[in-house]
Design a protein around this ligand. Structure first.
Ligand code: CA2
Length: 150
């Protein structure tokens, strides 16, 4: 059985759909999970979708991905702009990874313009709402397929 793509979500993303829909869209995190599962299934992949408000738990999951995942999608929430610990975990994690943000962080407050984790990922998708997660799965599908022995 192929390893799943881990989809890791950071702090407060469990509140999606409850407020600020003009920034983050109307989808709840469960809606996004369902969209990811459908996209992965269509591409013959599996996902393991998780959310935590705790930096250490996110770091532990990135470490788990080293051996347990074929790819990694990370929306680190506000930890994007603060977490050297997540950067270090991602640098040590050899699996292909994509950073996703629902909003376009570059059109928002200056403190959101810098991401600590971008240095460690293959690419960044931001500003496309929930569709960004589906785009990230498509991107990873190509990278994972190219790695499979033929
Ligand atoms: O745009 C993104 O996906 C973010 O990663 C979301 C984070 C934010 O800190 C980043 O700068 C960009 C915040 C997620 C919190 O989402 C909420 C949604 C509804 C209600 C409260 C928080």
């Amino acid at each position: 059985m192929a390893k799943p793509i881990f989809v890791l979500n950071g702090p407060n993303l469990n509140l999606l759909g409850t407020r600020e829909p003009e920034i983050y869209g109307k989808d709840t995190l469960d809606d996004i999970k369902a969209k990811c599962e459908a996209k992965a299934k269509a591409l013959g992949l599996a996902i393991d979708f998780r959310q935590s408000n705790h930096e250490g738990e996110l770091v532990a999951w990135i470490q788990e991905a080293r051996t347990g995942a074929s790819g990694l999608i990370v929306n680190a929430g506000a930890f994007t702009h603060t977490s050297i610990a997540m950067l270090d975990a991602l640098l040590a994690c050899q699996v292909p990874s994509v950073e996703v943000h629902l909003s376009n962080i570059f059109t928002r407050e200056p403190f959101r313009h810098h991401s600590y984790i971008s240095k460690a990922v293959k690419g960044v998708i931001c500003g496309f709402g929930a569709a960004g997660y589906e785009l990230a799965i498509e991107a990873l599908a190509g990278l994972i397929k190219n790695k499979r022995p033929s």
